[in-house]
Design a protein around this ligand. Structure first.
Ligand code: PBG
Length: 345
């Protein structure tokens, strides 16, 4: 419905061969570009993953993840002193125990590495949001995400026994002072089981950020070195999602988690799954969506930058921008510390 006057202008421009509408007008001035931006990078929406070990070495560099170390409890203290000044949204803890067994008992023990780490953080930075990963792959001798099943390859992990263990783990973390728990094992019913266990133990206020749509991804490669959690046999395809499954399967996962009481839902990995992030955000408006910008997404940028093929800072910030633009409210990212420093420059 253009008015006659407008139609005349369009006619004249067309006759002269010039465009009436020019998208470049909104791009010519830096202040105009800033005016029309909708994605702003905000460290308060980023969560930094940390790896804590129970060994004596202070810091053990993770060779496949430059800038990240496995931390002893003392090194964790230093790290937290730095992190609290950066204004990040929180930290997400992963533990490397000194002892692994088939049931991953360190994970459910109040003397386990994660509970000790939570107490250390809460002692020096009580206001810093501490989120714990609820899973068993770092703690089990076989490296799977729960107790082993009996039914063979299609059932590597016993779902319902693992649900009980997840309840104990979450309660132990909450007792130690965790502010939020994040189940990542892709067990059916994990959110409901953890919600019930937390509520019965008096932690009705502790939210659950569920790894709702977590794919069986090769992008987790460097993490498995970092967390020493590679499966000793088989893979995780009988519980994590198939990247080639219909995108709508992610919506069913999210819907179930919300019905079981999830407060925040997560899509993981992030950059190869931007379509899933967008779909979840559109289908569940008002539900906070997190995205996990995983280890492989971080390490491959570093590797290319070390070869001089990419600009590390610009690529990293562009990825974070894209993940937010796709619909993520929260990003779990190994760039968190560096990105804050870049933004301050
Ligand atoms: C499971 C867990 C994994 C990651 C986070 N939680 C590994 C896996 O599923 O094998 C991967 C994170 C990353 O790659 O950065 N506890």
């Amino acid at each position: 419905g253009a008015t006659p006057a407008r139609r005349l202008i369009i006619e004249r421009c067309r006759a002269a061969g010039f465009p009436t509408v020019r998208m470049r007008r909104l791009r010519y001035h830096p202040a105009i570009r800033q005016l029309v931006q909708t994605v702003r990078l905000d460290p308060g929406r980023w969560i930094l993953p940390l790896f804590v070990h129970a060994r004596s070495e202070h810091r053990v560099p993770i060779s496949s993840m430059p800038g990240h170390d496995q931390l002893s409890l003392d090194a964790l203290r230093e790290e937290i002193e730095e992190v609290r000044r950066l204004g990040l949204g929180g930290v997400l803890l992963f533990g490397i125990p000194d002892h692994k067994d088939p049931l991953g008992s360190d994970a459910t023990s109040e003397q386990g590495i994660i509970c000790r780490a939570i107490r250390v953080i809460k002692e020096i930075a009580p206001e810093l949001l501490v989120i714990t990963d609820e899973c068993f792959c770092e703690y089990t001798s076989h490296g799977h995400c729960g107790a082993l099943g009996k039914a063979g390859a299609h059932d590597t992990v016993d779902n319902d026994q693992t649900l009980r263990m997840l309840g104990w783990q979450a309660v132990a973390h909450a007792r130690a002072g965790a502010d939020m728990v994040a189940p990542s094992g892709m067990m059916d019913g994990m959110v409901g089981a953890i919600r019930q266990a937390l509520d019965q133990a008096g932690f009705t206020h502790v939210p659950i950020m569920s790894y709702s749509a977590k794919y069986a991804s090769a992008f987790y490669g460097p993490f498995r070195e970092a967390a020493e959690s590679a499966p000793q046999f088989g893979d995780r395809r009988s519980y994590q999602m198939d990247p080639a499954a219909a995108a709508e399967q992610a919506l069913r996962e999210v819907e179930l988690d919300l019905a079981e009481g999830a407060d925040i839902v997560m899509v993981k990995p992030a950059t190869s799954y931007l379509d899933i992030i967008r779909l979840v955000k559109e289908r569940f408006p008002g539900v906070p969506v997190a995205a996990y910008n995983v280890s492989g997404e971080y390490s491959m940028v570093w590797a290319a930058a070390e070869k001089g093929w990419l600009d590390l800072q610009r690529v990293a910030l562009e990825m974070l921008t894209a993940i937010h633009r796709a619909g993520a409210d929260i990003i779990i990212t190994y760039w968190a510390k560096q990105a804050v420093k870049w933004l301050k420059q």
